[in-house]
Design a protein around this ligand. Structure first.
Ligand code: PMP
Length: 461
């Protein structure tokens, strides 16, 4: 039995983990995601480690889909939450001013790109990333009086209607989709600086051609590193070009930093790598220090909303603001973005060396502590000039083998063929080694299983 775990949870009876998982599969929606691939019943967590009700320990490189910048239950986060509770402060106050909120806004503004902080407004939204995306789209539509939005292939902005429409795979007529640069599967067959240049040119051309069929948009939304889309860092030069393209044409640029923000990519914000200042930044996940919180920060000139034009009951979560303030301050004071950059380089180097030994790893990508490997089928029929086709089954097998070895990883990418690592920024060198060892073992085991099963070679779609 796990140390100190409630007996009922540790046992295999009606309250044991197997029964809990069985009831979950019977009672919860068919839309369950992580719960399907990760049959874990967490009962305790600290830092990188999660302890399951079955007593097993896992290294958690999913981090609540990139939410836990400081890992689980970091002491500064717990202390901040306890302080609010012990103070007797109200926990929920809509959008009223409180000292807790004031401290959060001060810390947030202190960390924003200086050119934005100098003249910024913040809208506290409903608590999820998708709420902040909706607010941002509505904001720029209101401010510009235009309707169209430019978004990118492979994008992920959330699951509510507007955010979903801006995500790859959607077909909303008000959203124009432009290619996001990617080296491995570059739509122009180029990759690198040339591929990024062509992506930027296409944006310029479509926006300037009066017969392109793309009316002047209300805004352009992009992720500085596409996370769910398969870990694609935006080339710095491409991002600077798009900043210029949008600025020259009076199109607000919205940076969706829901996943990339707060040090994750090796800079405090993903846009910092390119030295770009967006007009609007969408923030959630890490800014709530593991509690639900989302905001949109934008140039004051866009603040054309009438009172009440955007509202929501859950804008006043004091515990999330306190946890978020503590997290932002801890990342800043301990220079965790720089730490993420250094450790991320080490992880990328190790993954590239791993790829050298495993033909099933087609590509290794990442920035800071947002890294991924794309699994492919090297035995498949080859199309000249194209990489091997993605292999989602192999990716799933790697995820499963990771779990068997006590490592929790995320799957993503266009074909769900990218195994992603999103460890906390507090990851130690020793923990990074343990993660990499388990992943290397899991890749070897998954490849072996595939080769043994003599699976038919995949055809290009
Ligand atoms: N934008 C990005 C870039 C994201 O990665 C996510 C979540 N993965 C969202 C928006 C949506 O956030 P939420 O799931 O909290 O609605």
């Amino acid at each position: 039995m796990p140390r100190g775990a409630p007996e009922a949870l540790a046992g295999q009876g009606a309250c044991g983990p197997a029964a809990i998982l069985r009831r979950q599969s019977l009672r919860e929606s068919a839309a369950r995601t992580y719960a399907r691939a990760l049959p874990v019943v967490p009962v305790r967590a600290r830092g990188l480690t999660i302890e399951g009700a079955d007593g097993r320990r896992y290294l958690d490189c999913l981090s609540g889909a990139g939410t836990l910048a400081l890992g689980h239950n970091h002491p500064v986060v717990l202390e901040a939450i306890r302080r609010v509770i012990d103070s007797g402060a109200p926990l929920q106050v809509l959008d009223l001013a409180t000292p807790v909120k004031d401290a959060f806004t001060t810390e947030l503004f202190a960390n924003l790109p200086p050119a934005l902080a100098a003249d910024a407004r913040v809208q506290f939204c409903g608590p999820a990333g998708t709420d902040a995306v909706e607010a941002a789209l509505k904001l720029v539509r209101n401010a510009t009086g235009r309707q169209g939005i430019v978004a990118f292939t492979g994008a992920y902005h959330g699951m509510t209607a507007g955010a979903l429409d801006a995500s790859g795979g959607a077909t909303d007529v008000r959203v124009t989709r432009l290619p996001y640069p990617q080296d491995y599967r570059c739509p122009f067959g180029e990759g690198g600086a040339r591929g990024a240049d062509l992506c930027a040119r296409l944006a310029e051309n479509l926006l300037d051609d009066p017969k392109s069929g793309v009316p002047a948009p209300a805004g352009m939304i992009l992720e500085p590193v596409q996370g769910e889309g398969g870990v694609h860092p935006a080339p710095d030069d491409w991002l600077r070009r798009l900043r210029k393209v949008t600025a020259d044409r009076g199109i607000p640029l919205i940076a969706d930093e829901v996943q990339t923000g707060v040090g994750r990519t090796g800079a405090f914000w993903g846009v910092d790598h390119a030295g770009v200042t967006p007009d609007v930044m969408v923030l959630s996940k890490a800014i709530g220090g593991s509690m639900p919180l989302a905001v949109v920060v934008y140039r004051a000139g866009l603040d054309t909303w009438a009172p009440g034009a955007h509202a929501g009951t859950f804008r006043g979560n004091q515990l999330a603001m306190a946890a978020g303030t503590a997290t932002l301050a801890y990342v800043r004071e301990n220079r965790l973005a720089e730490r993420a950059a250094a450790l991320g380089e080490r992880i990328l180097t190790a993954l590239r060396s791993l790829a050298g030994h495993h033909p099933g790893i087609g590509d290794v990508r990442g920035r800071g502590l947002m890294t991924g490997i794309e699994l492919v089928d090297p035995e498949a029929e080859q199309v000249p000039g194209q990489p091997a086709p993605a292999d989602p089954e192999l990716a799933l097998a790697v995820q499963r083998e990771c779990l068997r070895r006590g490592l929790i990883v995320e799957l993503g990418g266009r074909h769900q063929s990218v195994v992603r690592l999103l460890p906390p920024l507090t990851l130690t060198d020793e923990q990074a080694t343990a993660v990499l060892d388990r992943l290397a073992d899991a890749v070897a085991a998954a490849e072996l299983l595939r080769n043994r099963s003599g699976h038919p070679p995949r055809k290009h779609p």
